[in-house]
Write a protein that binds this ligand. Sequence first.
Ligand code: FAD
Length: 394
Amino acid sequence: VSRYDDAAFRAQLRAELAATDLARFPVAHADLGYGFGAWSPQFLRWLGERDLIAVSWPAPAGGRGWPARAAYALLQELASAQAPAEALLYTLAVGYCICSVGNRDLQAEFLGPMRSGTVTFAEALSESEAGSDLFSLRTQATATDDGWRLDGQKVWTSNGAHADYALVAARTDPQASRHKGISVFVVGLDQPGVHRSPIIDATGEPSFAEVRFDGVRIPGHRLVGRLNGGIVQVLEALEWDRLYGRCVKAPYLRRELEQVVAALPTWECDLQDPSVRDIVTSLATEIEVCDALFARALESMEASGQSAAREVSIGKLFADELGQRFYHQIAGLIGPDAIAAPADGTAAGALARRIGRGLLTSRGLLLAGGAPDIQRMTIATRGLGLAASVGGAR
Ligand SMILES: Cc1cc2nc3c(=O)[nH]c(=O)nc-3n(C[C@H](O)[C@H](O)[C@H](O)COP(=O)(O)OP(=O)(O)OC[C@H]3O[C@@H](n4cnc5c(N)ncnc54)[C@H](O)[C@@H]3O)c2cc1C
C-alpha cells in the first residue's frame, strides 16, 4: 500500500480528466445538479479500469488502503470536471456498508465487481409512508430454507430503473417493536418478481423508480449486517454517503459559476452592474464556505473514525440550500433562456438548460438523503444538546 499524497493524487486526476472526452460516455439520464453528474455505467467502468473506485477501501478488501480523503478528493475532482459520476456515489456507499458490516460471502461476491465498476447499485430504503421515519417501513422479508422471500414496495429509488442491484431495507421480525426487526439486503433488480417503474421527474428525466417486490428470492448471504439490527448499522455507514454525496457541491458549483460568469454577456447581462456583481460574488463566497464545512466534516470523521453527525448535517443543509439559492439567482440573471433555452448545440445553451434543470431539481435535493427538518433536528440534538422535538423521526 503506497503512502497517500493528496496533492499528487488530485493533480493526477485533473490531468487524466482534462485529457478525456467526458461527453463520449452515454448517460441514462441527465445531470440532476447534485454535483456528481449524470448516471453512466460506462463511466463507472472507466473509473474501475483505472483502479480508482476502491481507493479508500482497506487493502484486504482489494482497495488501495488510502484514507477516506482519497475518495473525497476523487469525488471532488470528478465534480469539478463535471464528469458523469453519479453511479460511483452508490458504489461507494454500498461498498462501504459491505466492507464494514458485510459477511465474508457477500464481500467475496461483490467487492471485486464493484472495484472494477462492472455492477451498479441503488438504495431502496424509502416507502410511501416511510421516508423521514424509515422505521415505519412495511416491506417484509420472510425466512425460507435457503434465504429470504421479499414482498413490498419502495418509492423514490434514485436510479432504481437503471441499477443492477439495490440495498433494500425490510422488516424481518414483524413482532418486534418498530425500531427493531429491520434488516438490510442486497437484492438483484433483474430477477423474477422485481417490477420497476421509472418515475419521470419535474425535468422530464427518469431519475427515480417505484420498485415492487413480489416473492423475490434473496440468498441467505445477501444479508448486510446483523439480522434484525442491520438497519442501524447501515444508517450509520450511510453517514459517509451524506458526506460524499454533498462534498461535490462546492467544486461543482465553483465550475458552474465560472462558466456562468463567462457566458453572462450572451444573455445581455452586464457584469459591471453592481447588483449582478453582488449576486456572483456572494455565491462565490458561499461556495467557499460550503467547501470549508465539508473539509471540517471530513477531518472530524477521520479523527473520530466514525460519526460526525453534527458536521455532516450542517454541511448537507448548507449545500442543499446553497444549491437552491444558486439556481434561483442565476436563472434570474439568465432570464427566459433558463426555462426555454433552445437546443442549439452551443455551450451557452447547454449551460442555460442545466441551470433550468437545477431550478427544478434543487428543491427535491433538499429531501434526498434526509429532509431539512431532520438535519436541523440532528444539529439541535447532537450539536447543541437540545431535547428531541415531538415527532420522533430517525
Ligand atoms: C431527489 C430525491 C432522491 C431520493 N432518492 C432516494 C433513494 O435513492 N432511495 C431512497 O430510499 N429514498 C430516496 N428519496 C426519498 C427521501 O429519502 C425521502 O423523500 C425523505 O427521506 C423524506 O421522506 P418523505 O418524502 O416521506 O417525507 P416525510 O418524511 O413525510 O416529510 C415531509 C415533511 O415533513 C418533515 N418532517 C418529517 N418528520 C419530521 C419530524 N419528526 N420533525 C420535523 N419535521 C418532520 C420533513 O422535513 C418534510 O419537510 C429521494 C427523495 C428525493 C426528493
